[in-house]
Design a protein around this ligand. Structure first.
Ligand SMILES: Nc1nc2c(c(=O)[nH]1)N[C@H]1C(S)=C(S)[C@@H](COP(=O)(O)OP(=O)(O)OC[C@H]3O[C@@H](n4cnc5c(=O)[nH]c(N)nc54)[C@H](O)[C@@H]3O)O[C@H]1N2
Ligand SMILES: Nc1nc2c(c(=O)[nH]1)N[C@H]1C(S)=C(S)[C@@H](COP(=O)(O)OP(=O)(O)OC[C@H]3O[C@@H](n4cnc5c(=O)[nH]c(N)nc54)[C@H](O)[C@@H]3O)O[C@H]1N2
Ligand SMILES: [Mo]
Length: 803
């Protein structure tokens, strides 16, 4: 049992070292409400964490009908009983006093409480009116990476087949659209190749733009345990911040923001120049090697050193590590996905694994990571910009197959164009072609770029906005109808983590007041809309989570994400199971691509690929001639400079991201006292060198401004690369001193006041990591340090800045 009392100060807890190829030891993490002894717990209800993409298995402690704590589930292979700080403390937000308990509707400019019939009838009336007058393209849905599979699938069916709109996407667009896209470009299809078990076997672990210590703290515990065991792995960290990952890495490269492609091309160059290539694997399983070799021929470490501003010798060291090891595991996350040339860079990591034959073996794995807990489900269920079951919208056979599952005509499924991405959905709302937007489980008034613009879009009179949330968020305050949702622990459903592990999360307690699960809300709406199939039967024939799961299983049959071998009973009995799970793989599947590249064949693939510079979609004819046998595609790309360069007025690169203790817009972690106290207020990170030069010191109040807007916070002087600033994006306005107005106190607190409306051309993921910014002094501090945690990447530099 790990001592959890101080897991704010010691987030990763005690070490349990183990050697390479060994079993990760168990450690049961437990947290009960103060004063509640373990024997007061009446029931332990099985679940998994939904505050990151690890899917840490846990049981919820219930006493007197209330949640009183959580315990890691020791038997589960994902976490072996461990929990991170957010897992241990975040559940308290469920019982927050300001949970929404009744629907709200806007009357005379104000949101007033009402009942479900009134609220849903209003939504139905507006839907019908818009369908009659403007057609299905006037209605859009913007959902989450935090609901359950059953909810996304239901939403995807009601939106795509019921309403018949192409405008449905998730906040996964901001999160893991690039992961999905990079997998489609290289392997023809979404689906995580690797397994978390690869951490037990890897010899070199390379993390590209992934602050794993803070964002997947439990898998980081696994790495820390291996580092203290026999035959430890060597780490390569590519990150401009001094993360805890960077601090223990054998090689840390801190590149200039937005230069990932240059760096990766240099790693590929070195791999090919030293002939560290697995030619047998390349010949058997890939196409495009010659083009790749030609593309990177001039990309020497010295060339990349100038662009990335890292020493050429360091790049050579990294290249030697990834090029000579027998088991390379790579992870990729937002430092790539939200940075310049996102998909192009993520694809080069795939290329590195393909030319080295580092795939489908224990320790030789690739994790194009997810961020949100259920992002994988958003993608596979088609509640984002894909058709359900990773079907190809350009392949009429796939569309016909989906129509058969839904018993509707293929022409009823919009597939005249790619499914609309979130940034385009907001653009349609801005322009006025979209008149109703239903937002579930996401808070775009804090999380989308360029917030002044987003607020103005959401505040338009002509746009009818429905917001489904637990709290009256910054977004909900701008809505016409607010629907109170039940959440994790208050409803049953399944979720799939970043390594395809499916967990069942069961209802432990009742939701507050009249709040209902997202599934119930969607089903009720579908019933009221009376959606029908082509025989006049109900389009949606299921009525609860388990029957929704069964419907999804039918839709997934024969697809890469095949769930047909799973059931609630099996998940209860066995805990987490990795898809695909079907008659031929009844135990689930640890790794994809162990024998061959299964899903890239032109008839089977989810995508025919896109141009990595423009994002233009290829046609089947091109794809078939490039890749007739369905091998992995080695897609080369040239480095291009970031869109928004620095200049005299905006000399800094501004990066935004996360801290260990908070989740996104803090609706949950800001309401958990221990987590909130650990990082109570926004701050700004700059290097000691820049602070010295500008005469700034730790704790000074500073302003960060871009062409879009400004934020203000206390300065934290760290070992971040000079020329770069970092602002956590967690802080919005619901808990500012002036109250909970949606319009910020000037000048802003939310990082996205400053970020740019710009996205990766291929994945359409917004660029949150590269804006040009200015840093100015607002007021001297009084010697009090900035409110930033010290055990994280935000740690104060030993140098301290100007005293
Ligand atoms: N504590 C916590 N954990 C979380 C979440 C949370 O909110 N809080 N959210 C979850 C979600 S949804 C997600 S998506 C993940 C995100 O997890 P991460 O991607 O690990 O988190 P970020 O802080 O967004 O960015 C990671 C790193 O990218 C680096 N970076 C910035 N620009 C560049 C660049 O140009 N190149 C490179 N190589 N690196 C760069 C930053 O310095 C930063 O350390 O975390 C998940 N886990
Ligand atoms: N500047 C900057 N911006 C970013 C990022 C960045 O790194 N920098 N990262 C981006 C990324 S990767 C992500 S994932 C997004 C996250 O951005 P958001 O999705 O906007 O952030 P959350 O705070 O997680 O919002 C989820 C909302 O759903 C509600 N909710 C929770 N559970 C449930 C439920 O069961 N049902 C319903 N109906 N509601 C629920 C919560 O109360 C909350 O309001 O932010 C993106 N924005
Ligand atoms: Mo995310």
């Amino acid at each position: 049992m790990d001592e959890t009392a101080d897991r704010i100060a010691r987030p990763w807890g005690d070490r349990t070292p183990y050697g390479r190829h060994g079993d990760w030891p168990e450690r049961t993490d437990l947290r009960l409400r103060d004063g509640v002894p373990p024997d007061a717990v009446e029931r332990w209800v099985p679940s998994a964490s939904i505050l990151h993409s690890d899917g840490d298995a846990m049981d919820i402690a219930v006493a007197d009908g209330r949640m009183v704590g959580v315990r890691g589930r020791t038997v589960d292979r994902v976490n072996r009983g461990r929990l991170g700080p957010k897992d241990l403390f975040g559940w308290q937000a469920n019982a927050a006093a300001d949970r929404l308990t009744r629907p709200l509707v806007r009357r005379g400019g104000r949101l007033v409480e009402t009942d479900w019939d009134t609220a849903l009838d209003l939504v139905v009336a507006r839907s019908r009116e818009l369908l009659d007058t403007r057609g299905p393209g006037s209605i859009g849905f913007y959902t989450s990476g935090q609901l359950f599979l059953e909810e996304y699938y239901t939403l995807a069916v009601l939106a795509r087949a019921g309403i018949g709109t192409n405008h449905i996407d998730g906040n996964t667009r901001l999160c893991t659209a690039t992961a999905a896209e990079a997998l489609k470009e290289s392997f023809g299809c979404d689906g995580q190749p690797g397994s978390y078990d690869d951490f037990d076997h890897a010899d070199v672990i390379a993390l590209f733009g992934h602050n794993m210590a803070e964002t997947q703290p439990v898998q980081w515990m696994r790495v820390l345990d291996r580092l203290e065991g026999a035959d430890p792995p060597r780490l390569v960290c590519v990150d401009p911040r001094p993360t805890r990952v960077a601090r223990v890495a054998a090689v840390h490269l801190a590149p200039r923001g937005g230069t990932n492609v240059a760096l990766l091309n240099a790693l590929l160059h070195e791999t090919i120049r030293h002939d560290r290539v697995d030619h047998g694997f390349v010949a058997a399983h890939t196409v495009g090697f010659d083009e790749l070799a030609a593309r990177v021929a001039d990309c020497s470490p010295k060339w990349a050193a100038d662009i990335c501003d890292v020493p050429a010798a360091r790049i050579e060291e990294a290249a030697e590590l990834v090029g000579t090891t027998d088991a390379l595991l790579s992870t990729v996350l937002q430092g790539v996905y939200q940075s310049h040339q996102a998909t192009a860079a993520a694809v080069q990591v795939n290329n590195l694994h393909l030319i080295r034959g580092m795939l489908g073996r224990p320790g030789a794995g690739l994790l194009q990571m997810n961020g949100q807990p259920t992002a994988q489900n958003t993608r596979e269920c088609g509640a984002n910009g894909d058709l359900p079951g990773f079907r190809n919208w350009q392949n009429d056979t796939h569309v016909a197959d989906l129509a058969k599952v839904w018993n509707i005509k293929p022409s009823s499924i919009p597939h005249f164009a790619p499914p609309t991405h979130a940034m385009q959905i907001f653009r349609y709302a801005e322009q006025g072609s979209l008149r109703m937007l239903w937002i579930s489980g996401t808070n775009p008034a804090v999380s989308l770029p360029e917030l002044a613009r987003i607020r103005s879009v959401l505040s338009q009179d002509r746009l009818f906005t429905v917001v489904q949330d637990l709290f009256l968020t910054e977004t909900a305050q701008l809505a016409d109808v607010v629907l109170p949702a039940a959440t994790w622990g208050e409803k049953t459903g399944t979720l799939t983590n970043a390594d395809r592990t499916v967990h069942l999360s069961e209802k432990a307690v009742d939701p507050p007041g009249a709040a209902r699960s997202d599934l119930d809300i969607f089903l009720d709406y579908a019933r009221r809309m009376d959606f029908r199939d082509q025989d006049g039967g109900p389009l949606i024939g299921w009525h609860d989570a388990e029957s929704a799961f069964a419907a999804w299983q039918r839709c997934s049959a024969g697809r890469p994400c095949d769930y047909t071998g799973l059931s609630y009973a099996l998940l209860r009995e066995r805990g987490g199971i990795q898809w695909p799970c079907h008659a031929q793989a009844p135990e689930g599947t640890a790794r994809l691509y162990t024998e061959r590249i299964d899903w890239a064949h032109p008839d089977r693939c989810e995508s025919y690929g896109k141009d990595l510079v423009t994002g233009a979609a290829q046609e089947v004819v091109e794809y078939r001639s490039l890749n007739p046998d369905g091998k992995a595609v080695l897609k080369a790309t040239a480095y291009l400079p970031p869109h928004e360069g620095t200049d005299a007025d905006h000399p800094f690169q501004l990066s935004t991201g996360r801290t260990l203790y908070h989740f996104h817009t803090r609706t949950k972690t800001g309401r958990a006292p221990e987590l909130n106290a650990a990082a109570p207020e926004v701050w700004v990170e700059a290097s000691a060198e820049d602070a010295d030069r500008l005469g700034l010191a730790e704790g000074d109040l500073v302003g960060v401004s871009t062409a879009r807007g400004a934020v203000r916070g206390r300065l934290r002087v760290t070992d971040i690369r000079p020329g770069m600033l970092f602002v956590p994006f967690h802080y919005g306005y619901w808990d500012t001193a002036s109250g909970s107005g949606p319009v910020p106190d000037a000048p802003g607190r939310a990082a996205n006041e400053t970020t740019v409306t710009d996205w990766d051309p291929v994945s359409k993921q917004p660029l949150f990591k590269t804006s040009a910014a200015a840093l100015t002094l607002v007021a001297r501090g009084d010697g009090t340090p900035a409110p930033a945690p010290d055990v994280t990447a935000s740690a104060r530099t030993a140098r301290g800045g100007t005293a």
